[in-house]
Design a protein around this ligand. Sequence first.
Ligand SMILES: O[C@@H]1[C@@H](O)[C@H](O[C@@H]2CO[C@@H](O[C@@H]3CO[C@@H](O)[C@H](O)[C@H]3O)[C@H](O)[C@H]2O)OC[C@H]1O
Length: 382
Amino acid sequence: MMKALGTGAYYTGKYRNLFEQFGYHNEEIEKRVKDTWDKLFEGDDDTRIYYEAGENMGYLLDTGNLDVRTEGMSYGMMMAVQMGRKDIFDRIWSWTMSYMYMENGENAGYFAWSCEIDGTKRSNGPAPDGEEYFALALFFASHRWGDGLAPFDYSVQARNLLHACVHKGENNDGFPMWEPSNHLIKFIPNCDFSDPSYHLPHFYDLFALWANPEDREFWGKAAEASRSYLQLSCHQATGLAPEYAYYDGTPNNERGYGHFFSDSYRVAANIGLDTEWFGVDEWQREEANRIQAFFADISPSDYRRYTIAGEPFEEKSLHPVGLLATNAMASLASADGPNAKVMVDLLWQTPLRTGERRYYDNCLYLFAMLALSGNFRIWMPN
Ligand SMILES: O[C@@H]1[C@@H](O)[C@H](O[C@@H]2CO[C@@H](O[C@@H]3CO[C@@H](O)[C@H](O)[C@H]3O)[C@H](O)[C@H]2O)OC[C@H]1O
């Protein structure tokens, strides 16, 4: 039975343990989730991506690019709030506010998407996927632990950030992160195209509940627009999405990002979580089945870059573990589909990635572990 959010949207309020449904034992599953967290955030493993900084800060390192990204920091906060780790959440948020937050210029109110490990900004521009994850992680933190003094007044921080995302540019002060005319998230504020993997309608349905009252209608429309946009941008036969796409959904290959590669992987995971939180949408079920069918007979060692029509390039996937993790997370949308169990089994049998490219793969891996074990939840206000 679906539960009303009060915005016209309904949520499931249920978090399936798909691992258990597919035959794994609960004790083993819980241990695996905990081990995965430990290997990323604690200990000496060569899978680690989180590091403490000073007395009260910490960061996630993009081990392949040797920088700290809003993507990783916001993912780290989402992981920490799901795992109930306020200590680590606050450390990451402190680092983010100390070094990434921009107070001046056309991006004031946003976060610099890439910094050096010492906090020096590598860029003065943001990447909107970070802002949307920050905002929802902050709302969840507020609901789980309550608001504290700034910058730990989590719900205030989330609302201010979402205000900037929607309203910047209204006073000639930069650009919004969502295009006002169509409610679609942009790749960067000052551009007119999108990135299908940035579309998180399941987040926007919650922003419609918790953002500033005057923006709630906007977020409801953004959720609807994103669910439609995914249908436009994912290939009808293969289900594959390009990294960047125009507002009409066609691939944007101006800089070579019009194909299925690293960014694209997240679309499958996002569809899985949207289904888990907000219920089955027939297109999402079919889409998850299409992506899983495409990869069903390809060995991870042979994952490549593909056109969205499915033609392989010579170039191998940079993040095969991340790709198989997101394909497994799609099983939340296709649980009764022909490849759902195979994809979940493949994730279960695959260890975390080691080596210099481990950051992106291991982030997607932990998200999949959380989601497939029923531990990637909506934290409602008490
Ligand atoms: O041009 C930058 C643009 O690159 C930036 O995007 C962020 C970085 O890329 C995205 O994820 C990467 C996927 O590939 C892996 O190899 C990397 O480790 C990941 O970081 C990420 O989602 C974006 O936030 O956005 C700002 C633009 O100016």
